[in-house]
Design a protein around this ligand. Structure first.
Ligand code: NDP
Ligand code: HSE
Length: 433
């Protein structure tokens, strides 16, 4: 049987799980790809650190030694970050090594360049692990959807923030405690701001939108809000309205314009997406000739991510064994068949809104605010005002569908009223699905 050498760059949460699963699952893996896959070398920052059953002779501090090793055919980049990872990936491609990576930041920023170099060098680039952990969403978009066009990609693609939101909503946990637990479980990025500020979800959405719509999507094209501004009050009000709060990633073809955004949304509690809890990710695709379907599964953590990395290793091993390397382009489209799509400006999107005002508890305040909303053509669906406390009180309004631009303008005016005591909180309602 053919022998295929793997070089691991990184042996942290994901790298360790990849090594373990390649070793423990060796027989099944060989039965699937017709090759013996062996980890030949591993680069880490600290080679002196003891790493359980992994033989210490495999470790080096220098990723260049791994990439250059003649016995390494496939380089698996799991160090994370941008510059060093880009250098390692492009050097691997230059040396005609196949590359597999879980690095969504790298792909969101430099994916097009990496794909171009790989195509030129005639090597494979696998990145199933970069989005939604074990859930095969890249393969589904790229390979399973062939005749139809994708109308929308919608879902939960950051496990850490979903873990935090679930813990806050269901157990009343504090943001800080829920984040610490997600970090302890190996879900969070090296800089967890990426998770809670919606940046990691934006990286992943850039990758998915690129594959789904055949158009390169830049990070700056994506409207992004995170979950750090949410207060315990928002969770209580969501419950009163029969809703839950989720960090949603949305990419839609809206009349030929691409609507791409990541933000918290209030979702009716009886919808399927509302019941996707903890580290679980879910991606719903709407396809012209197939309708809607949803993929759900573990979205972060060593084992979940390693499962996707190994699927890519097996795919490349099959290509090596069969002589079909390059059969699949990284995006699924031939490079010159892709057309850039214009963006839909965020100001022009339509949604229902949850608006939490902080106002003086005095007669006439609600009437004045309703007047501002009415003047902007925003119709009120329901109102909740908390009882008298002597000080400013939260006053919550749910609106019917309105235009973002008008809602923003109304909030600006209301925030300037003398009766308004703090910046208004806005959360979009996700209803129509
Ligand atoms: P970790 O921080 O746990 O591991 C990083 C590994 O890379 C460590 O072994 C570290 O060495 C090594 N490393 C860092 N810099 C260098 C360098 N310059 N040269 C050699 N080795 C280096 O990260 P994760 O395993 O969690 O994540 C890895 C990648 O996978 C990231 O891109 C992340 O975004 C992505 N990812 C992570 C998921 C998760 O759930 N954790 C899920 C999906 C994707 P040392 O051990 O000595 O410090
Ligand atoms: N930090 C990421 C998350 C890891 O929580 O979803 C998986 O990509």
């Amino acid at each position: 049987m053919k022998k295929i050498g793997v070089g691991l760059l990184g042996c942290g949460v994901v790298g360790e799980a990849v090594y373990r699963r390649l070793t423990e699952g060796a027989a099944v893996i060989s039965a699937k790809c017709g090759a013996v896959i062996k980890v030949e070398k591993i680069a880490v920052r600290n080679p002196a650190k003891s790493r359980g059953k992994i033989p210490s002779r495999l470790f080096t501090r220098k990723w260049r030694d791994v990439v250059a090793a003649p016995e390494v055919d496939v380089v698996v980049e799991l160090i994370g970050g941008e510059d060093e990872a880009y250098a390692a990936v492009t050097e691997s491609i230059r040396q005609k090594k196949h590359v597999i990576t879980a690095n969504k930041l790298l792909l969101a920023k430099k994916g097009e360049e990496i794909f171009r170099q790989a195509r030129k060098a005639g090597v494979n680039v696998g990145f199933e692990a970069s989005v939604a952990g074990a859930v095969p969403v890249i393969r589904t978009i790229r390979e399973a959807v062939a005749s139809g066009t994708i109308k929308s990609v919608f879902g939960i693609i950051n496990g850490t923030s979903n873990y935090i939101l679930t813990d806050m909503m269901e157990n009343g946990a504090s943001f800080r405690d829920a984040l610490s637990e997600a970090q302890r479980l190996g879900y969070a990025e090296a800089d967890p701001t990426f998770d809670v500020a919606g940046i990691d979800a934006a990286h992943k959405l850039a990758i998915l939108a690129n594959l789904a719509f055949g158009t390169p999507v830049k990070l700056r094209d994506i409207y992004v809000e995170g979950i750090a501004m949410l207060s315990p009050d928002d969770f209580l009000f969501a419950r009163q309205f029969g809703r839950v709060i989720k960090l949603l990633a949305v990419a839609r073809n809206d009349g030929g314009k691409l609507d791409v955004r990541v933000h918290p949304a209030m979702v009716a509690a009886n919808r399927q997406i509302a019941r996707v809890d903890g580290v679980t990710n879910a991606v719903e695709l709407e396809v012209s000739d197939a309708g809607r379907f949803m993929l759900i599964g573990p979205g972060a953590g060593g084992d979940a991510t390693a499962s996707a990395v190994i699927a890519d290793i097996v795919d490349t091993a099959r290509d090596i064994v069969r002589g079909s390397v390059g059969r699949m382009t990284p995006t699924g489209f031939l490079p010159d068949s892709r057309k850039p799509m214009p963006l839909k400006p965020m100001d022009s999107i339509k949604s229902g809104y949850y608006l939490r005002f902080t106002v003086d508890d005095k007669p006439g305040v609600l009437a004045k605010m309703a007047g501002v909303l009415g003047a902007k053509g925003i119709s009120i669906d329901s109102v909740i005002q908390k009882g008298r406390s002597g000080g400013p009180v939260p006053l919550v309004i749910l609106t019917h569908e309105a235009t973002e631009k008008n809602v923003r303008a109304a909030i600006k005016s209301i925030d300037r009223l003398p009766s308004t005591r703090a910046k208004t909180m806005l959360i979009r309602l996700e209803d129509g699905r």
